[in-house]
Write a protein of this length. Structure first.
Length: 250
């Protein structure tokens, strides 16, 4: 019997936000259709490094396992992507796993993406409704608008577009492409449009759309192929229009 094929994984470990990072290497038994999450589960089952040292299971986030929840984003061989859809056979080895670098590390590969969720709150990325009584049917949405809105609604808040954006850094409060695109989505909705002005004002404030430097990395890193540069261009247009109207009639 031949030797079992191995998958070699290098994982950046960090016990907590204040601890120094370190690397650990693992040799796992290859199986067909293995993805990075399966590798991390195998390590959890038998947390022993390649040189035989007992260690702890690697901390990471995941939930849906089908590129829907957005929680498993990490750097895989230096690229921001989803661990659940990263197939081992398509990756050069050793496979290097690191946490996203633009968010604070909680432990190992798990990061705190609160910045993104706070930004979504800041731009009111929702449609406010009074849920205490039946409001009846909402306004109808034209099929053409639905077609434009659907791709935007696929955002899974993974943070990959923020990770690859040079404007998202410790010296800048830029909210990032996902947030701008969500403003476009909610402003497009017939009910959401009632709060379009407030969302635009938030986007025209500090860390808003004016901080985009047009690097266009975001659109290439998005696992859901959201037309992010198109959203940024459209929101720039809306922001200019609102600024001009404010200047003329304000
Ligand atoms: S826009 Fe794309 S890359 Fe950015 S958070 Fe949403 S799904 Fe992730
Ligand atoms: S586990 Fe949900 S996107 Fe990967």
């Amino acid at each position: 019997m031949g030797e079992t094929k191995k998958v070699i994984l290098r994982v950046k470990r960090q016990a907590g936000p204040k601890h120094a990072p370190r690397w650990e290497e693992f040799a796992l038994n290859w199986r067909p259709a293995m993805n990075v999450i399966i590798c991390l589960r195998d390590i959890a089952e038998n947390p022993v490094t390649r040189d035989g040292k007992k260690t702890t299971p690697v901390t990471y986030e995941s939930n849906c396992l089908e590129e829907v929840c957005g929680s498993c984003a990490m750097l895989i061989n230096g690229k921001a992507r989803m661990a659940c859809s990263a197939l081992v056979d398509s990756l050069p080895q050793p496979i290097r796993l690191e946490p996203l670098s633009k968010f604070p590390v909680v432990r190992d590969l798990a990061v705190d993406r609160s910045f993104m969720f706070e930004s979504l709150k800041r731009v009111k990325a929702w449609i406010p409704i009074d849920g205490t009584y039946d409001l009846g049917e909402g306004p109808r949405m034209a099929p053409e608008t639905q077609e434009q809105a659907y791709p935007l609604s696929r955002c899974i808040s993974c943070g990959n577009c923020l990770e690859v954006c040079p404007q998202v850094n410790e010296n800048n409060a830029f909210v990032g492409a996902a947030i701008i695109s969500q403003v476009r989505l909610f402003n497009m909705h017939p009910t959401g449009a009632m709060h379009a002005r407030e969302r635009l004002e938030a986007l025209m404030g500090p860390g808003g759309i004016a901080d985009c430097a047009n690097a266009q990395n975001c659109v290439k890193a998005c696992p859901k192929e959201i037309p992010l540069t198109e959203s940024i261009a459209e929101m720039n247009r809306q922001a200019w229009k609102q600024a001009l109207l404010g200047w003329l009639f304000g």
